[in-house]
Write a protein that binds this ligand. Sequence first.
Ligand code: TA6
Length: 316
Amino acid sequence: MAAGKPSVKLCKGINGLDKVLLREARGSSAEVYLYGGQVTSWKNIHGEEMLFVSSKAFFKPPKAIRGGIPICFPQFGNHGILEQHGFARNRVWRIDTNPPAFPANSASNTFIDLILKPSEEDFKIWPHSYEFRLRVALAPGGDLMLTSRIRNTNTDGKPFSFTFAYHTYFSVSDIRCFSEVRVEGLETMDYLDNLKERERFTEQGDAITFESEVHKIYLSTPTKIAILDHEKKRTFVLRKDGLPDAVVWNPWDRKAKALADFGDDEYKYMLCVEAASIEKPITLKPGEEWKGRLELSAVPSSYCSGQLDPQKVLQG
Ligand code: TA6
């Protein structure tokens, strides 16, 4: 992509939904829909797409957009009484024109600030006042950063608790080719297996590879996780802050067929690795604020090329 001036543009996306297009000087870009406050595209300086969005995704409220980075708030999955993954992903967010200050070192980024506050309808299902500020930023080198700041603005003195996830859909080459796609950084971690009534297990010592449906919640993981894609000679490095857990999900063939907004074969080309806070819900008293940060980098090489040793990445 030709180098140019960094830009942030509000424009119309699919079905006329508002979206913001971020473009970095060296050509990397990202798209964020105000519907769901959802990133739906992240491209590197070569214009290659890093995230998966289903060809069958509905860009139509109230259905969540299948792909990109949906935000699960105030509930992850069915871990509570609300709808699956809470309601933030099917609400229309606003552009935040007056966000509180951000750390000085983020000045070089190209970014957009969004905000979500409860509607009267939301208040009926989750009776709490909050301000959810989300900054989506692109660094000069093309890294994608999402920073969530959630503040309890209840005036009745009540605290509230929530669970959370950045439900990231990574675009990968054929996941069925044994060990072509592997996850490093979760070895020996404990996890809850959602395919076995959330029974608790400990992960084996090696990298995670895929040969069937997986739905695991890894607990208190390291802050860095690597997703290696040998075929694409690419490694995603996921760094997270304030998000102790990590979910790994692929529906495989049978569940893929059961999802209306997901192509039967698309499970081959996506993997969800989600920075999350699930095991211990976050509790905020009035006036308190929580921050959860996700940073994604895509390194153009893979373990077998010897250029990138995931252990070095994870320890570096
Ligand atoms: O993160 C995995 C998961 O919680 C699974 O339950 C799976 O259903 C996936 O999320 C997608 O959920 P959705 O509600 O978007 O169909």
